[in-house]
Design a protein around this ligand. Structure first.
Ligand code: ADP
Ligand code: MG
Length: 267
């Protein structure tokens, strides 16, 4: 049994009052995520990636289908506040614009201290302070450079690293990363997605990595799902996809990979 099983997931948005318009944002999507696996959802803007993520995060109810996490249907079997708290401890989101996750009036320490409190650790204790420093160094930040600063005083890359440091503290089983590097300088993207690979290798953390960039997906993924107009039109390991793309859209996306792939020479 996989850790996460997404089965026939569908979302239809109904728009307009008089002349109803239906948008099938996600159309019969199924996939599995195993422990320690990085699965990418790749597709152009509007292909249904974020809508899929929101249903998996239990933020948006599906029109049909199910999301089963560790054997439990999250939309039918997780009901109480405690259930949801437990779910969101296990399944954690990292969004595109880390700035949106911060309160501009609070120093960034808050983000990490909040995580400590979820773990019932006092941020003022020596253990709390030690864990924060350890988390920051895990994601390649020097504590002195970031602690005590306000979000606007940090770069987008630093802010996103802090969100990943938060994951290091909470150790979720699954991270949903929706375009986590699309607002970050191209030269920094590889180093940041490498952190998801480190979490996988060190703690068997799984990630659903959402991107419109096939080059990034090819680099980071154990498995790639290609989404097109709400459907999964292709899937497989990066090498399987390269060797045997089924859909025309996948071929188009892959055509850009060889050149992009060369850029990862910083490895
Ligand atoms: P992606 O993340 O791949 O860019 P989305 O999941 O955001 O795609 O959107 C998929 C489709 O659903 C798009 O056509 C989008 O316009 C539509 N959509 C997304 N959110 C809503 C909403 N709240 N109401 C109506 N339509 C929406
Ligand atoms: Mg999106």
């Amino acid at each position: 049994m996989s850790m996460l099983e997404v089965k026939n997931l569908t979302k239809v948005y109904e728009m307009g009052l008089i002349r109803k318009r239906r948008i099938v944002a996600v159309n019969d999507v199924s996939f599995d995520v195993s422990e320690g696996e990085i699965v990418s959802l790749v597709g152009e803007s509007g292909s249904g990636k974020t809508t899929t993520a929101k249903m998996v995060l239990r933020l948006l109810p599906p029109t049909a289908g199910s999301v089963v996490f560790q054997g439990r249907d999250i939309w039918r079997e997780y009901k109480t506040k405690e259930d949801l708290k437990e779910y969101w401890k296990n399944v954690h989101a990292v969004f595109q614009d880390p700035y949106a996750s911060y309160n501009p009036f609070y120093t960034v320490d808050r983000i990490l201290n909040q995580a400590l409190r979820l773990l019932n650790i006092d941020p003022k204790s020596s253990e709390g302070k030690r864990l924060v420093r350890e988390a920051l160094s895990y994601v390649g930040l020097v504590p002195e450079d970031v602690l005590g600063k306000y979000p606007h005083q940090l770069s987008g890359g630093q802010r996103q690293r802090i969100m990943i440091a938060r994951c290091w503290l909470l150790k979720p089983k699954l991270i949903l990363a929706d375009e986590p590097v699309s607002m970050i300088d191209a030269s920094m993207r590889g180093a940041i997605i490498k952190l998801f690979m480190n979490l996988r290798d060190d703690y068997k953390t799984s990630t659903i990595f959402i991107t419109h960039d096939m080059g990034l997906a090819y680099y980071v993924s154990d498995k790639i799902l290609v989404m097109y107009k709400g459907k999964v039109v292709d899937q497989g390991s990066p090498d399987e996809l390269i060797k045997n793309p089924k859909h025309e859209y996948t071929k188009k996306l892959l055509a850009s990979v060889p050149t992009l792939y060369k850029k990862w020479s910083w490895e």
